[in-house]
Ligand binder design. Structure first.
Ligand SMILES: Nc1ncnc2c1ncn2[C@@H]1O[C@H](COP(=O)(O)OP(=O)(O)OP(=O)(O)O)[C@@H](O)[C@H]1O
Ligand SMILES: [Mg+2]
Length: 230
């Protein structure tokens, strides 16, 4: 489903090149929920952005649904990303002047899906994430946890092969964090949605079935991880 092979990344911005990731290898099967754990600066967001096709790696390959995304040109990648990849941001990234429902519909607008179909799918997803009564409000009228639910619904509307989330609970209090993780787990177990979730909190990672750990841009050996009780 998702295969990362010999992935390395060096940033060339700044005074000297910085190698942020080296020799990353792993795969995620359809229906898995994986936590990507590591301390600040270990390369989690960089890895996630590479896997989501938001930037190109300096070396290595990323296969999603059998396609090498690092080989695609900008146009093909944009089209592929819209239909195969969902993304959940720490800061929700909702559009303030669109209603909750319109925000969720947006990826389908880009796909040219008709209004009525978009509307029905958005409303159904919003009720699945617990926001049935909030569809016509604006993002500013919702709590942080509710805004993140909107962004989760938006990430799912195109039925992507995989959803990436970069610290999706980073702006939320502990109780709301738990509710959002509950929701992601329910979407994973109940609907088979594949998730890769970046976190630096062991509490969040502990609740997923599988943890991939980064340290200084390298994957920590799973056996060592187990030994550490991660
Ligand atoms: N555009 C960039 N140009 C140069 N260096 C960068 C760039 N983006 C990230 N880095 C460097 O890459 C390293 C890893 O950054 P990254 O954002 O992937 O870490 P992270 O694990 O997500 O950290 P955090 O938990 O704080 O979000 C850092 O040393 C950072 O300074
Ligand atoms: Mg980060």
């Amino acid at each position: 489903m998702l295969v990362v092979q010999q992935l390395s990344h060096t940033f060339l911005s700044g005074t000297e090149p910085t190698q942020v990731l080296s020799g990353i290898d792993f795969r995620v099967e359809k229906g898995e929920m994986v936590a990507l754990l590591g301390s600040s600066g270990s390369g989690k967001s960089t890895l996630l952005n590479l896997m989501a096709g938001l930037m190109k790696p300096t070396e290595g390959s990323i296969l999603i649904a059998g396609r090498n995304i690092e080989k695609m040109n900008e146009n093909d990648l944009a089209v592929f990303r819209r239909s195969h990849i969902g993304f959940i941001f720490q800061s929700y990234e909702l559009i303030p002047h669109l209603t909750v429902r319109e925000n969720v519909e947006l990826p389908l607008v880009f796909q040219g899906v008709k209004g009525k179909v978009r509307r029905e799918r958005a409303i159904s997803l919003l009720s699945r994430v617990g926001l049935a009564g909030k569809t016509e409000l604006f993002p500013s009228q919702l709590s942080g946890g509710q805004q993140q639910r909107v962004s989760i619904a938006r990430s799912l509307i195109t039925e992507p092969a995989v959803v990436f989330a970069d610290e999706p609970t980073g702006n939320l209090d502990t109780k709301t964090e738990e509710e959002i993780i509950d929701l992601l787990i329910e979407l994973n177990m109940g609907h088979g949605i594949t998730f890769v979730i970046v976190t630096h909190e062991h509490e969040v990672a502990r609740r997923t079935k599988r943890i991939i750990q980064l340290r200084d841009g390298r994957l920590v050996d799973p056996d060592i991880q187990a030994g550490e009780g991660a």
